[in-house]
Ligand binder design. Structure first.
Ligand SMILES: NC(=O)c1ccc[n+]([C@@H]2O[C@H](COP(=O)([O-])OP(=O)(O)OC[C@H]3O[C@@H](n4cnc5c(N)ncnc54)[C@H](OP(=O)(O)O)[C@@H]3O)[C@@H](O)[C@H]2O)c1
Length: 218
């Protein structure tokens, strides 16, 4: 039976690239999105055309009812999620601390943690009961390195990182791994539209690395 991967925010950017790589590795892939239904369907069509299996499911990852409806839909269709890639990027502002409001900072940090909490709670208990699961959380290199204007993203990424370490500690004895992938800035994504060209690196390695971690048997 093919394994099932859920990629939150899989309609474009790193999530879409990861969905394609995981489908190529034989996973059935769930392409989650919020507003970008057409892009999600294009990812599904690409996977299907290449001989894989994929479905697009709309769910706002910050809304508990949406997450539980998505988990139910996946369970009915394919029996559950073997590999979760928590990728959806909650929008954030690029600004200095001087111009940053509490709503901008607290909103980003809270929404990012809430989304990680909700989707982990929805997927992980089923994995623990089966003694196998893979969870990969996309964070950002800016959670450890500093860059002007990235205070909201970097702070949210740092909080996510410690959450993931605690989750990993608790899940490891049950055969479920939890890992962080924290890329540098990636070209061709929405983030890069906010940056000058010299601050953008070339994409290539991240989706392969994410899929490798999500696909590990050992
Ligand atoms: N791009 C980079 O340079 C970079 C660098 C380091 C780390 N990362 C990390 O990599 C991940 C992906 O980044 P990206 O740049 O590829 O993102 P992106 O191109 O902006 O795509 C974001 C995805 O998240 C979805 N999304 C946003 N809010 C959502 C919500 N509330 N519920 C469900 N889906 C939601 C979007 O779908 P809708 O449009 O339908 O909302 C879209 O599919 C993020 O976790 C980010 O922190 C990115």
């Amino acid at each position: 039976m093919p394994r099932v991967a859920l990629i939150t925010g899989g309609s474009r950017g790193i999530g879409a690239a990861t969905a394609r790589v995981l489908a190529g590795r034989g996973f059935r892939v769930v392409v989650n999105h919020r507003f970008s239904a057409q892009q999600a369907e294009e990812v599904v069509a690409g996977v299907t055309a290449a001989g894989g299996e994929a479905v697009a499911i709309r769910a706002d990852v910050t809304v508990p009812e949406d997450i539980s409806a998505m988990a139910d839909a996946i369970a009915r269709r394919w029996g559950g999620v073997d590999a979760l890639v928590r990728n959806a990027l909650i929008p954030f502002v690029v600004t200095s601390f001087a111009d940053l409001s509490w709503e901008q900072l607290g909103g980003k940090v809270n929404a990012e943690r809430h989304a990680a909490y909700l989707v982990t709670k929805a997927v992980v208990p089923g994995r623990v009961s089966r003694g196998y699961g893979r969870v990969v959380y996309l964070s950002t290199g800016l959670s450890r390195r500093l860059r002007d204007g990235m205070i909201a993203l970097g702070t949210a990424g740092a909080a996510l990182g410690q959450f993931v370490r605690y989750v990993a500690l608790e899940l490891a004895p049950h055969g479920v791994t939890a890992n962080l992938v924290a890329p540098a800035t990636v070209g061709g994504t929405m983030v890069t539209e906010q940056l000058t060209p010299e601050r953008v690196r070339t994409r290539g390695i991240h989706e392969e690395l994410i899929a490798y971690v999500a696909d590990q048997e050992g």
